[in-house]
Design a protein. Sequence first.
Length: 401
Amino acid sequence: MRCTNKAISQYLDRYAEPFPEMDEVSRRGPFSEVVFVPLCGEDALVDSLLGTLAMASESYSTPVLIVLVVNDGEKTPEVHRASNQRTLARKRPLEPLSPTCLVATLNRTRLPLSGVGIARKLGGDFALNLHARGLVKSRWIHTTDADALVAKDYFQIDLSKARRWGIGPEAWGAAVHPYQHTFQGEGGEALFQYDAFLRYYSAGLAFAGSPFSYPTIGSCLSFSPEAYAMVRGFPKKDAGEDFYFLHKLAKTAFVWEAGGVVTLPCRASDRVPFGTGQSIRKIQEATEEYSVYDPAVFTLLRAWLDCVGTLSQGTEWSVATESLPSEVRRAVHAMGAHEQSALVLGTRKDTQSRRRHWDTWFDGFRTLRFIHLMREVHPSLPWSQVLGDNATVSGFSRGLS
């Protein structure tokens, strides 16, 4: 059965990757859920993840499909290639993991280009194709990472908030699973500091009223097929593909927090140029204490977003920005907000459409740019001063009050 959704059909026709394995996998459907996992140099880790996914699938009468995307490229270190070959040697292309779980292993090694973005797009496209054929009963596509462990309720996406807010299935975008890190082993202290920063950053955005206050961690994402197609899948980036994907998706659909905690390990990594693994390594190797944003930057972000609310009501720029701190006025003017204000007033006739325009323009990327501009006025502070044992509550509260 072919999907009748226009966005999905166009994406599959124009942008999706080809899959010679599709017919063989399709014959084993339908599936209750589909989850895909990028895999590069992680043969020692993947079985633990598969065990937790098997437990999460136990309540289903129709099998869950796990798609392993084993990938490497011309620049992949030989140690990771060797690990991939071990994975392919012991994993059949299609095999049962449990009575309620089936594993499809895609061999995407020796690619001209490689990276987590390419691997995640390959997995997402494969899952989307199954949805388009009517072979997935769920309305979701899930993705996680080989080093993750998922909770037993991982597949149970809580829709109560969407329903309470009147968000119908056509506007479901993504659900972000909560995460927890394990801090044991080498690098545990560095990960503890980075984990605290991630949560601090999300809390700061939430305090400011930003619609982009959810974490963007690729191992914690579930999303609708329609939303995936609308943003043309994951970008083929070496890192940060989760950030780019989720912030593009948030402009077209609704994003909220799911249930099902995902547990992530302490692991310094050189597989991507930035992200958690590289951040742990940098904290470990730094000669100075790890620094984080001054809480004042979130107070200034809140002032700007409050101003956006006023602008959305149709207030003229000069009036709406009159009480803004001078550093905020300079920053948003340099970012082109004044020109956007004229455009919004000239083309949007009601508060809702004006606010939607502002949230689309002042997206997660511009939010981060704004924070960096505020950092020039309020330099980052030592981690212990903002988030340490004796500073966490008082320092955070002072800055965000």
